[in-house]
Design a protein around this ligand. Sequence first.
Ligand code: C2E
Ligand code: MG
Ligand code: MG
Length: 418
Amino acid sequence: MRALKVLILEDDPFQLMALHQMLNANQVFDVMTADSVEAARQSLRNRGGVDIAICDLQMDGADGLELIRHLAQGGQARSLVILSHAAEGVREGVARLAFDQGLAVLGNLPKPATAAMLGDVLEAYERLEPVPEKDVLAPFCLEQLVAPANVQVESCVEQWIAYFQPKVNLKGDLLGVEALVRWQHPVQGLLAPGRFMSAIERAGFVVPLTWRVLEQALQMSAEVRYRQGEALPVAVNIAPQVLALEDFAPRVMALLARHELPASVLTLEILEHEALQPRAGQLEGLLRLRMQGCKLSIDDFGMGASNIHRLLQLPFSELKIPAEFVQGVADDPRQAAVVAGALFMARRLSMEVVVEGVETLDDFHSLLRLDVPAIQGYFIARPMCAADLLRWMSERKSCHSWPVVQENEPQDIPCSCR
Ligand code: C2E
Ligand code: MG
Ligand code: MG
């Protein structure tokens, strides 16, 4: 017998009974049934949350969407199955909404459900992973990271370390790396940007952090040239306040010159959260960097202010398609259409494309079919420190095989040179 607790919201008594029986036939006996949203809420109040909620969408009075919001906000269900006569596009929209609200969506099914469908759903529940710890870690405020008497940029800059994540083509050839900052904190340990970038922004430290990462990225590129004869292309994330610096372009060129690197090794990934009108001076600086050979990438294309309008405002040469459009692309033809559309547009604009967040073999196969030029993601490698990247590169050279990420590997591979 499965120790699962399931709630069914269904206003058709015949369907409700059939579902109940199918669950019993699958050894699920702890079943709460409700023919209205109010009855479902009452059951949840009386008997507590459930592992799986099976939700019809259209009903008289409050509808399934209301129950889904209630389940998500109150943490009353771990996972959801949508079962409805609604059109597929509507059901998919609801699935996405539920996912964004934190519910694991096990199935998005047309009525009537069959025993086989329900069996698949229960199997999908068994494959759910425990909530990863990283998702429940809250961002720090600066005072938790730097002693209040010591909030000087000098006291932390040495602790900001560039990690590097490879980008490869579909044959597995290394095309370059993206530098991703980590805070090697003396007390809190190795922190990913999600835990400290907002504090950095509030403290006005984004500019020194960016110069630190740029410096380490170019150092890495020069180190690879020293070892292998050819510089490694590197991409660095650039926030809008850094772009707004009057001397941004000449300082970047001076850094490249100090490392004796051609501008073509550097890609600036522009991060846009708000729509900003680029100033003439800023645009001039970016155009100058482009003319010298630097590449300019629009990061997280399609999210926030990284939109088509932005694409036409700045002289971008690369477009990065974010994980949100990629993960699950194998199972969702609409996601595949979005990625294919972005690829088509980029080709017409003679832009490079990098697809981020490629985690699974299935997603990788789908991208193969779409003939994506460059991919980045845990399927290839996680971000790693400079020493580990050099080791990773030399190991690949000797074995020529696709490295596959181990399951349950930590978010970042702890730096092995420490
Ligand atoms: P981003 O520039 O879009 O970087 C991609 C993020 O996706 C990275 O997160 C990377 O570790 C993560 N990632 C890569 N492959 C996968 C995958 O297969 N699955 C999943 N789920 N995630 C994957 P990270 O390193 O935590 O960085 C988050 C964001 O922080 C970056 O997003 C960027 O916006 C910002 N950031 C990172 N480094 C810097 C920096 O030096 N300066 C600035 N201003 N922002 C930075
Ligand atoms: Mg980026
Ligand atoms: Mg990105």
